[in-house]
Write a protein that binds this ligand. Structure first.
Ligand code: HEC
Ligand code: HEC
Length: 219
């Protein structure tokens, strides 16, 4: 796939320095979505709440804002993407700690868990090292035409918000993002790795770190 010229145009239109300013600005704490206040939670949501309280919260936090960078933040992630990853963990297509966690989840529970975390409002985080974040901002919006890396924004969106098939990667722990890029590169992240392997295999270690740091400060 070579949407390069379109990408370049897209990247140029997007890479205003505004993005970095936003990343540095602390945002007010997010308000709870109105929906969770009004009606009684549906049976599915109630089931998801119970599973989260009993298990997932330990590592990912009840609000999907995990404190440790080993555990990905799930707040605001796309429900379809999450349900698919859970199914992949259950089937062993993606390997790791999550294989045990997903082993007994039904399809309905995976969908409900995806919906539960998707409705959580992601928090904003600040980046300490603005220099490396600036390198990451360049890679994210423009890619690297010297090594043939497509801009991340061309798929994950200018805001890093993703789509149903594409994960939201904004606001993620830098260490988790960096670890995933390394896994994609080594083909250790075994599900759906074709696209991201092609990207990650062209990134240097500095670029991986830089783009991960940049993303951690994006809301
Ligand atoms: C013992 C800690 C632990 C528990 C408990 C846990 N997880 Fe995870 N989870 C992880 C780790 C670590 C990863 C990162 C992937 C990996 O290396 O296995 C992860 C990854 C994920 C991902 C993939 C995120 C992405 O961005 O691709 C989803 C979705 C997820 N967990 C959902 C859940 C749900 C839902 C539960 C409760 C049923 C749960 N997790 C319980 C540790 C945990
Ligand atoms: C051609 C489209 C495309 C481009 C360009 C792209 N990605 Fe991806 N990315 C994907 C897809 C598709 C997935 C989902 C893989 C899966 O389902 O497991 C993904 C997954 C990821 C994940 C895993 C997220 C998680 O929650 O575990 C990270 C991190 C990531 N991409 C970072 C990047 C970075 C950084 C760049 C730029 C250097 C980039 N991507 C460029 C398509 C793309």
């Amino acid at each position: 796939m070579k949407p390069q010229s379109y990408l370049a145009a897209l990247a140029l239109s997007l890479c205003a320095p505004v993005a970095l300013a936003q990343a540095a600005k602390p945002q007010p704490a997010a308000a709870k979505p109105a929906a969770s206040k009004s009606a009684e939670p549906s049976a599915e949501l109630k089931r998801a709440q119970d599973i989260v309280a009993g298990r997932c919260a330990l590592c990912h936090g009840a609000e999907g804002e995990s404190a440790s960078p080993i555990f990905p933040r799930l707040a605001g992630q796309h429900p379809e993407y999450m349900a698919k990853q859970l199914a992949d963990f259950k089937a062993g297509r993606r390997k790791g700690t999550m294989n045990d966690q997903a082993a007994e989840l039904t399809d309905e529970e995976m969908k409900a868990l995806g919906a539960y975390f998707a409705q959580k409002k992601p928090k904003a985080y600040t980046v300490a090292d603005q220099d490396i974040a600036a390198v990451g901002r360049y890679i994210y919006h423009k890619g690297n035409s010297y090594s043939g890396v497509a801009s991340c924004a061309s798929c994950h969106g200018a805001t890093g918000d993703g789509t149903a098939q594409l994960p939201r990667i904004a606001g993620q722990h830098a260490a988790y993002t960096e670890a995933q890029l390394k896994e994609f590169n080594k083909r250790e992240r075994t599900n759906d790795n074709a696209i991201m392997h092609a990207i990650a295999s062209k990134l240097t270690e500095l670029e991986m770190r830089a783009v991960a740091v940049y993303l951690s400060g994006k809301l």
